[in-house]
Design a protein around this ligand. Structure first.
Ligand SMILES: Cc1ncc(C[n+]2csc(CCOP(=O)(O)OP(=O)(O)O)c2C)c(N)n1
Length: 648
């Protein structure tokens, strides 16, 4: 990894990255001279200031991001860069693999330092089409050397890198959050058994998204866990080079797997964030301004102040201007049902397990209002899902219990085998997978929740599995009221983005209004049409309604169906739409595995042969927020164009 800034312009990136000078170090340098220490510390301060500056541009632009993790790990990164630049540089696989993909700011900064990206590009961190998405994507961003973003997925691959580079040292940056994933335990066993030359540098800052591992996972200790697997473990104070440097050097001089457990507070030195789990996310602009001002980066402050968020100006019709957050409504709806029973009854009947995302998936409301059913757990989706399933299994006749489990839809892919075993054990689990589809997913492709149908992986005659994707908050509430105490696996989906309420045609009256009750398996005809139909659900319903209302005003009599139960055929509705001229399935799920991939078969099996098309997610993401949907060709204009094509 060479060092050369490309087109560096202080006016455009006013943290003086040109002052960065790697301090060449070798594996023989067992301690640092005063001069080396000072230069390293200057580099650390500089890179941390740069990270605060450009990650805060994400906050200013409204695209969010992560500051604390990349900021924290700068000291170990700076030391490793110095070793790459020194006499033993060729002894390393010169890639800083990072199992915590949200720390992508580090990788972008490295791309700049090696000259693959100009520094001022960093100010478009997480912006749409900037090729700087919320997690590193190999092949997308110049200089980025691996993909990461789902916790627990990198160490196993790093083991493979070590197998392929037996004569070198393979490195991985780790974290006390990622290390909670089961994959890391598997990787540890293999690394030890094969004496792989992998060195882990674990940022043990006792912070993840929802809180502090020392509080929600009493008994968990990253170092002792790794020791238990047989790794050599060395402890260091991350904010003291006299502790960190020798610890790293001695790990690197060992053969075989070694972990350095690096203790520090989250965001050391950042007022208002130090030690707090709020430091995990992007630094708020006001805090960044305070920080940068205190370091004398006044020009950087001015740049931050000039960045404004971009907004979606598209005018949708056929739906309300107001929007609601279905992912929060899920938790509110569950809490409202629990309100009707005593705490004792609730505790006997319901177990709700969080996976460090309660603030994002709506479980926080359940935590606050019904602590009697809530368990705050860590980043162990498979184990947490299976525990929720176990709670709802093995019941005596007449007994009822259900687990509630929740995480992002992307991580449904991780739980597929556990879902099968839950089904084979007749488990009752209500799963809420939020952040479905692609809308507002600046986290980009690794966080796309598009393989929803993987959950429907049982055989025809197996125990009940239902997939529900309500279109608006009223339907979400009605759905939960109906299915919370149902039997079987119930998967409920919501998006990161808020959704409006779809209206009855030509009125201001919500389609799902006062008194609406949800019927599992029933599709709703939202607009009756004679020419053909669009079948949609979730966040694509209002977009489809907007397209359809525009065309209906122009005289094209196209209808719209809300298929909120994804995996059950509503025979009556299928018959009605199957006899029209065309059917288009519009969804924000993977075109290859979504509803569209099944719906044509359902029609043909019943002898219906309308013209047929599907519109779904077909491309890796473009980053940014509202830009993702039109990028996939799923805006109302795209839908209208497809309808016209089939109606012609
Ligand atoms: C498999 C998976 N589950 C959940 C998440 C969501 N997530 C992203 S970061 C994070 C917490 C990570 O904590 P840590 O790795 O310690 O990072 P730090 O807070 O120190 O930045 C979670 C739960 C994810 N990216 N991948």
């Amino acid at each position: 990894m060479g060092f050369q800034l490309k087109d560096y312009d202080f006016k455009k990136f006013p943290v003086p990255l040109d002052k960065y000078k790697p301090v060449p170090l070798s594996l023989q340098d067992k301690s640092l001279s005063a001069e080396q220490k000072e230069s390293l510390q200057n580099n650390i301060n500089l890179l941390r200031d740069a990270i605060v500056f450009f990650t805060a541009s994400g906050a200013a632009r409204g695209v969010s991001g992560h500051t604390g993790g990349p900021y924290d790990t700068v000291p170990e990164v700076a030391i490793l860069l110095s070793l790459f630049a020194g006499a033993d540089g060729d002894k390393f696989v010169q890639v800083l693999y990072d199992e915590s993909g949200h720390r992508v700011a580090t990788q972008y900064l490295l791309s700049v330092l090696e000259g693959s990206l100009p520094a001022h590009d960093l100010l478009y961190y997480r912006a749409a089409n900037s090729k700087l998405p919320g997690h590193p994507e190999l092949g997308l961003t110049a200089g980025v050397k691996f993909s990461s973003g789902r916790l627990g997925h990198v160490w196993p691959m790093v083991n493979g890198v070590a197998f392929g580079n037996k004569d070198k040292i393979t490195l991985m940056l780790g974290s006390d959050g990622s290390q909670q994933e089961g994959d890391d335990a598997e990787a540890a066993r293999l690394a030890v058994a094969q004496n792989l030359n992998v060195k882990l540098f674990i940022d043990d800052n006792d912070v993840t998204i929802a809180g502090h591992p020392s509080e929600y996972f009493k008994g968990f200790d990253v170092g002792r866990t790794l020791e238990g697997h047989g790794l050599k473990v060395i402890h260091a104070d991350g904010e003291n080079l006299d502790s960190l440097y020798p610890a790293m050097i001695s790990a690197l001089n060992e053969t075989g797997p070694v972990a350095v457990i690096i203790k520090r507070k989250m965001c050391p030195g950042i007022e208002g964030l130090e030690g707090s789990n709020h430091g995990h996310d992007v630094i708020p602009v006001d805090k960044a301004i305070k920080y940068l001002t205190s370091k004398g980066h006044n020009d950087a402050v001015a740049v931050l102040q000039s960045i404004k968020p971009t907004k979606d100006t598209y005018e949708f019709i056929g739906c309300t201007k107001d929007r609601g957050a279905n992912r929060v409504v899920f938790g509110e709806a569950v809490a409202a049902v629990l309100d009707k029973s005593s705490k004792e009854e609730n505790a006997k009947k319901v177990l709700c397990i969080d996976s460090d995302l309660e603030g994002s998936t709506g479980l926080k409301v359940i935590h606050q209002k019904h602590p009697e059913v809530f368990v705050g757990s860590g980043i162990c989706e498979r184990g947490n899902f299976a525990a929720a399933a176990g709670f709802g299994s093995f019941l005596k006749k007449g007994e009822y219990r259900t687990g509630i489990f929740s995480t992002f839809s992307a991580f449904l892919e991780m739980c597929v085998s556990e879902i099968t075993m839950a089904r084979l054990n007749f488990a009752n689990v209500l799963c809420h997978f939020s952040h479905s589809g692609v809308d507002e997913m600046a986290d980009n492709t690794c966080h796309f929740g598009v393989n929803t149908f993987f959950a429907d992986n049982g055989l025809e005659d197996s125990f009940t599995t239902r997939l529900y994707f309500p279109a608006d908050p009223t339907q979400m509430t009605a759905c939960i009221n109906k299915v919370l105490y149902d039997e079987g696996l119930r998967f409920v989906f919501s998006t990161r983005s808020k959704v409006p309420w779809v209206l009855k045609e030509g009125t201001q009256e919500p389609f799902y209004g006062e008194g609406y009750t949800f019927t599992p398996g029933k599709d709703d005809i939202i607009r009756k049409g004679t020419k053909g139909y669009v079948v949609s659900f979730g966040d694509m319903l209002y977009r489809s309604a907007s397209a359809i209302d525009t065309l209906r005003k122009q005289g094209l009599d196209v209808g719209l169906v809300n298929k909120s139960t994804l995996n059950i055929v509503d025979e009556d509705v299928l018959k009605e739409i199957g006899q029209t001229g065309f059917v288009i399935v519009v969804e924000s799920l993977n075109e290859k595995t979504g509803l569209g991939s099944k719906f044509g078969t359902w029609l043909l099996q019943r002898g219906f042969t309308p013209k047929f098309a599907t519109m779904g997610v077909s491309k890796e993401g473009c980053g940014g927020l509202f830009e993702q949907i039109p990028y996939q060709g799923l805006s109302p204009d795209h839908i209208a164009a497809k309808i016209k094509e089939l109606a012609a």
